[in-house]
Every structure is written in C-alpha cells, then in structure tokens.
Design a protein around this ligand. Structure first.
Ligand SMILES: *Cc1c(COP(=O)(O)O)cnc(C)c1O
Length: 360
C-alpha cells in the first residue's frame, strides 16, 4: 500500500544545484550546509548526493556525529561550535571542526592539554548580532586562540550576513567591509557568503562559501523562485483526494467556519495537513494542484486534511493525484501564501510523510 502523503526527493537536482554554486563561485571552496536534517531532505541522503564538496557544515555536534557514524570522512564544521568541555571531547573523537564565537569557549580551550587536535573557525559578528566576537574583541580573541595548544592548523575566519536576501540593502556591503577591516593583517582563510551571498554579492565570495538553501533548489530571495535562478527543486510534496462532495451556498467549511460558500460548489478533501508539515497558516486561495491543475485551498488547514474548491475541476474524484509543491508549484509561492519562508516548509516535513528517493 502506498501512503497517501509522500515526498519525492530528486538527488540529481542536488548535483545540478551545486553546479550553479560553482558557476557563481568558481574559485571558492564549498562548505555545503546540511544542518536540520539537510533542511528536511535527509542528512545522510543529501550528504551522499553532495559529491565533490570541500566540507560539510552542520549546526550541532550530534549532526556531525551522525555523518561520521555513517562513514562520511570529509571535513565537517559545526556552526554553533562546542557548548562545553564534554561536547568538545566528542569534537576531538569524531574529528569535527568547531566555530569559536565566545570568550567562554576560549576559556575552555585554554584549559585543554591536547596538542593540535581541533580545527577552528573564529567567528566575527559584523552585525547579525547572533554568534561571534564583536570586531573590537576580534584581535584579542584571535591571539588567545592561536596560543591554544589544542588548535590544529591555521585559524580561519567567518562571519554571517544578516540581510543578503535583499539586494538593495546596504547592510551587506557594510558587513563585508567591517569583516575585511577587522581582519586586515590577519592571515587565514575567510568565509562570508550564504546562498544569497553566493547568488547576489560578488564581494562576499571569499576563500570559502557556505550555501544552504540553494542546494535544495530553493531561492533565498523573497521575490524570486529557485526555478527563476536556474535551480532545480529537490523536494516535491504529494498526496491525493480522499473525498469529493457538494457544499451549498451559505455553508461554512472547516474549523471555526472561516470560509463560507458564496455559491454552491464541489469540495475536495485531501490527505495532507499540518501533521505532515503542510503549513497551518496557508490562507484561503493558496494554490494546490489537482490532476496537475491549480485549485484554491479553502477553509483552515487541519492536522490531517485540507479542503479545496473543485469548481474548476468537476471531474475530480477520490484517488486523483494532488501536488502541494514541486517544480510546477514553487514552494516559495506556498511559503508566501502562509506568511513564512520556504526554509520552514521543507524543514517541517514530518515523520508521517513517506520519502521516495529518485535519481531524476
Ligand atoms: C544556515 C547557515 C548558512 C546557510 O544559509 P542559507 O541561507 O541556507 O544559504 C550559512 N552560514 C551559517 C552560519 C548558517 O547558519
């Protein structure tokens, strides 16, 4: 029995999307960001599809450990770094590179007797105000880090862009300039660009780039789809109609009766809901493909089901195929209809959704 709701993951698209990264940043090394279960696409599946990248980046140690246990031997950077001495042990055991972003981490490193065991990125906070040393503290932090016995190899430097998805926002240029000024005179590789940096900000291309969302064929820009950027979406989300029935003028549909029939119509019930990761806040009118053609969502999204208006598809019947997003219905458009960003939709696919992997 095939399940009602399933996601098809096209690993060939990952390879295509990496070719777009390389086209934009031909001289940079690539650290492919596969945190949060590969943005919901499956950590190990995506790691296996990413042949020829220079390193992986994950957010937390446990994600790096999972990669090592599965046999991935590439360099792995843990973007949040280690939280305490015990976790640092795991970095050493598994050969994970850390980000060093705080004085608290420096103090831990200074107590460790091991010699040349840990690769490190020093993170500078140039305006994101999340992780990293303030520019005024960077030189001191760098000097202390260089003196830590435990550090192996040259120290590298990174920062993170806060507004790179807005091509007209001057903050990106300011952040890049502050990063470069702060590190003037410090030797060591640098990394600035996320996907938006790779695609829109030449000046953010340094020794390493850190693409994430574009690997999955998704646009980092609110006004563009992945397709418009030449990317191929990796994930398609599908289900089917499980009931088709009339509703009459004046009746309401779904919880709280938020949608009222202005005219009698044909209602379709689809087996997908927020229990699968379909966004709870998708509004009435959000497009859904039934038999490949667009129909509007009506009523509230519930845990297991959504309802659509089949007025334009009077021949639709239970069992007919439904697309929630794929190449033909951009996840970026669904995200807009739900007042969110596509990152949250693909990350939010739940265990109930059966995964079907396809190489094209
Ligand atoms: C998540 C993340 C990235 C990748 O960002 P995208 O917008 O998905 O390309 C890069 N760098 C850091 C520090 C991150 O946290």
């Amino acid at each position: 029995m095939n399940p009602a709701a399933y996601a098809v993951l096209n690993t060939e698209a990952v390879k295509h999307n990496m070719s777009i990264v390389r086209r934009h940043a031909p001289d940079a090394k690539i650290m492919a960001v596969i945190k949060a279960n590969g943005y919901g696409h499956g950590l190990l599946r995506i790691a296996a599809a990413l042949t020829g990248v220079d390193a992986f980046a994950v957010a937390r140690a446990d994600e790096g450990i999972r990669l090592r246990k599965a046999g991935f031997a590439q360099p792995i950077t843990v973007l949040e770094g280690f939280r305490n001495s015990e976790e640092l042990d795991a970095f050493l055991q598994q050969g994970l590179d850390t980000v060093v972003h705080s004085f608290q981490q420096l103090e831990i490193l200074e107590t460790r007797p091991e010699s040349a065991k840990l690769g490190a990125w020093l993170k500078i906070d140039t305006g994101m105000n999340r992780l990293g040393f303030r520019p005024a503290d960077a030189a001191g932090a760098c000097q202390r880090l260089r003196q830590c016995r435990i550090i192996a190899g040259p120290i590298r430097f990174m920062t993170h862009l806060a507004n790179a998805d807005d091509k007209n926002d001057g903050k990106t240029v300011q952040q890049i300039a502050l990063f470069n000024d702060t590190l003037a005179g410090h030797a060591g590789e640098r990394s600035i660009a996320n996907s938006a940096g790779v695609l829109a900000w030449q000046e953010a291309l340094s020794d390493w780039v850190r693409p994430g969302v574009m690997i999955y064929g998704i646009s980092p820009f609110p006004e563009l789809t992945g397709k418009e950027l030449g990317l191929h979406p990796v994930m398609g989300l599908y289900s089917q109609l499980i009931a088709v029935k009339p509703v009459y003028k004046g009746e309401t549909v779904g919880y709280s009766g938020t949608w009222r029939c202005a005219e009698s119509t044909l209602l379709g019930v689809i087996a997908i809901g927020y229990g699968d990761g379909y966004p709870r806040y998708a509004r009435a009118g959000t497009p859904v493909l039934v038999n490949g053609r667009r129909v509007p969502l009506i009523g509230r999204v519930s845990m297991d089901m959504i309802t659509v208006d089949l007025a334009s598809e009077p021949g639709a019947k239970p069992g007919d195929p439904v697309t929630l997003w794929n190449d033909d219905l951009p996840v970026e458009e669904i995200a807009q209809c739900a007042d969110t960003i596509p990152y949250t939709l693909v990350c939010g696919i739940t265990q109930r959704v059966q995964i079907i992997e396809r190489e094209n």
